[in-house]
Design a protein around this ligand. Structure first.
Ligand code: FE2
Length: 259
């Protein structure tokens, strides 16, 4: 099962990871998703705009990612390589990595040690070496960016701040802003009894800054069973607006903002 993939200016990057979707098991009424590390893992790199070109597979040790934040090309001059293939450049990918599939499809509890955290992979296109760097040690997922930067080097990412699973709700009680350049983070928590889903970035058309815009989220008040649309300033994480809704909006997974 592949849930997500990334692009750069020149490449499509596919992580082929050993979460298995068994369609026949689903048809038979069983659990159709499971983790099988014995199947191995690999990263595929394909040239964009080159029909008929062959994907390059790079073997890696198994891990799991539901959602990526972004990816970008690294020019050869910025990617010092040693030996054969020197100067071929690299790709950097940021995503939410867990040690294995971090969702249960049969009602069993997911062990806390397999919660996803933000990682950066540097894929050396000369040597095929992949370096995996953990960027933060708090569980996060559903990462979003200013989508004008999709496939390009970007500085800011926004992910759900995990509060642990609450009766099947998305496990977020806030949003963390990651500064990928400095490593700094800031977290906005919506308050006791407030849980949220994915933050959608809405760019400010009057701004040229990457973080010029807002984060939109459905925030569910568990006690009142009501939802608000909460708008945060994407630069400061300050709450700037709150739309009270007459009834709860159930959580989905992903969303988009249309002006
Ligand atoms: Fe998803």
């Amino acid at each position: 099962m592949m849930h997500d993939f990334v692009i750069t200016e020149t490449k499509v990057v596919i992580f082929d990871l050993p979460a298995v979707m068994d369609v026949q098991a689903l048809i038979d009424g069983g659990t159709g998703f499971y983790w099988d590390a014995d199947r191995g893992a690999r990263i595929g790199v394909l040239e964009r705009g080159a029909p008929g070109s062959t994907i390059r597979w790079i073997d890696v040790d198994p891990f799991w990612v539901f959602h990526f934040l972004n990816a970008h090309d690294v020019a050869p001059d910025d990617a010092p390589n040693a030996g054969a293939g020197a100067g071929a450049g690299a790709i950097e990918v940021v995503g939410c990595r867990s040690s294995q599939l971090n969702a249960s499809f049969d009602g069993s509890e997911v062990p806390p040690e397999v919660r996803p955290m933000l990682h950066r992979w540097r894929i050396d296109l000369g040597t095929g070496a992949v370096v995996d760097e953990q960027l933060d040690d708090r569980p996060t997922d559903f990462p979003r960016i200013n989508e004008a930067y999709a496939g390009l080097a970007n500085r800011y990412g926004y992910g759900g701040h995990s509060a642990g699973f609450v009766d099947g709700e998305p496990p977020f009680d806030g949003v963390t802003r990651f500064d990928l350049q400095t490593g700094a983070t800031a977290t906005h928590r919506y308050g006791p009894g407030q849980v949220c889903g994915e933050s959608v970035f809405a760019a400010d058309p009057a701004s040229t800054a990457e973080d010029g815009g807002w984060l939109l989220n459905f925030v569910h008040d568990l006690a009142e069973d009501r939802s608000d649309v909460v708008v945060l300033d994407a630069g400061t994480l300050d709450e700037v607006a709150r739309v009270h809704l007459p009834r709860r909006v159930p959580f989905g997974f992903h969303g988009s903002f249309l002006p």
